[in-house]
Design a protein around this ligand. Structure first.
Ligand SMILES: [Zn+2]
Length: 142
């Protein structure tokens, strides 16, 4: 004789078990999706690092090419200790030896009473034919 209550309880237990297994499968799928998302995020990070490195290398290449182009134009003036060259418009200019030597940066020099001064590194260059007047010397940058 079949016990109806027992059969109902068994059926309910099987249904619950099925629901639990289905829930576990859903959790497993969610975990797989999370793993994939984590991998995607890692790849994005790697890609961003690579992009940043490419940008840095491009900048360095551009600086190097510009320095190479400038180097052909720059002539060292031993009397004053500055580089002579021309600006983009072809006008003759004096450039800071220190900035060029240390950073390959063309820093145009300002003409001052004793010769030239660099606004970037504050180095002063004295032209041999000009004498220093202590009264008129600027107080800043010396
Ligand atoms: Zn300088």
């Amino acid at each position: 004789m079949v016990d109806l209550a027992l059969l109902t309880a068994g059926s309910k237990a099987i249904s619950n078990l099925y629901s639990s297994v289905k829930a576990l499968i859903d959790v497993k799928k969610d975990l797989d999706v999370l793993d994939k998302l984590e991998q995607i995020l890692e790849l994005k990070g790697t890609l961003l690092d690579a992009k940043e490195e490419i940008l840095t290398l491009r900048e360095q290449l551009q600086e190097h090419e510009q320095a190479k182009k400038y180097a052909q134009d720059m002539k060292f003036d031993e009397k004053v200790g500055v580089y002579r060259g021309t600006d983009e418009g072809g006008n003759p200019l004096a450039y800071c030896q220190k900035c060029w030597g240390e950073h390959n940066r063309r820093a145009p020099l300002r003409i001052v009473e004793i010769g030239y001064t660099c606004a970037t590194c504050r180095t002063n260059y004295r032209t041999p034919d000009k004498e220093v007047s202590p009264v008129k010397q600027p107080s800043s940058g010396w």
